[in-house]
Ligand binder design. Structure first.
Ligand SMILES: Nc1ncnc2c1ncn2[C@@H]1O[C@H](COP(=O)(O)OP(=O)(O)OP(=O)(O)O)[C@@H](O)[C@H]1O
Ligand SMILES: [Mg+2]
Length: 300
């Protein structure tokens, strides 16, 4: 059992027990990068599930995902309650970028959406390591949007002190990081994202969408570039653009990368694991991803 390889400080058990006895169902975990946030979140979901509670992880770290592909806010449950690594994807909101910078609105709206659709389960929300500058704003609005029952700051150096000071009306717990935390370099983070995108898109078929049967969301410049008379697609509708593909109700089914635009036939094709007939909405993202998962650049 992989839980054995995780160091579980006694305070983690105490916090989990408190959540269960005090019925603290919405838990937001904050902290800088490399603090052990993901490990703590998985532990909490595992402990709640083992106690027989319905529990889910909401993964709002768009860059270093624990469940689902990068550039999304996702929800997952444990297939096996005792295995914190057995997360199964069961909800997804498309962000279209691997950093929240310049995407604060979808980050807040998406996290709220994925949390709300979890019903009254215990929801543990993991976040990116951005806590200063734009990160302070993001975390502030997330707190206001989610109204968590408990905020957990994994915070050895008081990095989250200014956020905690701004929201004194909430319950806060401050935890030290585990001594076993292993830090990741920027290059390691980028490689992890590339592997995750590659695994998501590898060997996936192409689907074709009739331009007249789908709606387009998120970027008006994308819609304009679809109707441009130029033969080569101007950005942002260029090849490999990462998009979210949704059903008629707006539920995101998964990601696709734009493969080709045939204006004469009015057909748009995507490489994606999503089945074509269900797709009714295309949400354009801010990132180009090669078939082997490499980040090729941004639209803006
Ligand atoms: N309690 C722990 N016991 C054993 N190893 C741990 C523990 N916490 C963290 N680690 C190790 O440190 C690594 C980084 O931890 P983790 O991914 O949880 O941090 P994070 O704060 O979520 O990082 P990021 O900034 O990428 O989101 C883990 O892959 C794991 O190897
Ligand atoms: Mg993490």
């Amino acid at each position: 059992m992989r839980l054995m390889s995780i160091e579980i400080p006694p305070i983690w058990d105490q916090v989990a027990g408190r959540c269960l006895t005090e019925n603290l169902r919405r838990i937001l975990v904050l902290g800088a990068a490399d603090r052990g946030k993901s490990t703590l979140c998985r532990f909490l979901v595992s402990r709640f599930s083992q106690e027989g509670a319905q529990a889910v992880l909401v993964d709002a770290d768009v860059g270093q995902k624990d469940v689902g592909p990068p550039a999304t806010v996702t929800r997952g449950y444990l297939q096996s309650p005792s295995d914190p690594y057995s997360l199964m994807l069961d909800g997804l909101y498309f962000i279209g970028a691997v950093t929240p910078v310049r995407h604060l609105l979808p980050m807040v709206v998406g996290t709220r959406d994925v949390v709300d659709s979890a019903g009254d389960a215990f929801v543990v929300v993991n976040t990116t390591g951005f806590i200063e500058g734009v990160g302070y704003a993001l975390k502030s609005y997330k707190i206001e949007a989610l109204r968590p029952d408990l905020l957990i700051a994994v915070d050895p150096n008081h990095e989250t002190a200014s956020i905690a000071a701004s929201y004194p009306q909430y319950r806060w717990v401050r935890l030290p990081p585990s001594a076993r935390v292993v830090a990741k370099s920027r290059a390691m983070r980028r490689e992890a994202r590339q592997r995750a995108f590659a695994a998501y898109f590898a060997g996936r078929p192409k689907i074709e969408l009739d331009l007249q049967t789908v709606a387009f969301q998120r970027n008006p410049a994308f819609v304009r570039s679809l109707t441009s008379s130029r033969q080569t697609s101007p950005p942002p509708a260029g090849r490999h653009l990462l998009c979210g593909l949704c059903d008629a109700t707006g539920r995101c089914l998964g990601l696709g990368t734009l493969d080709a635009l045939d204006r004469r036939a009015r057909v748009l094709s995507f490489v994606t694991p999503v089945s074509g007939p269900e797709v009714r909405i295309v949400q354009s993202g801010d990132l180009y991803i090669s078939p082997d998962g490499e980040e090729l650049g941004r639209t803006r």
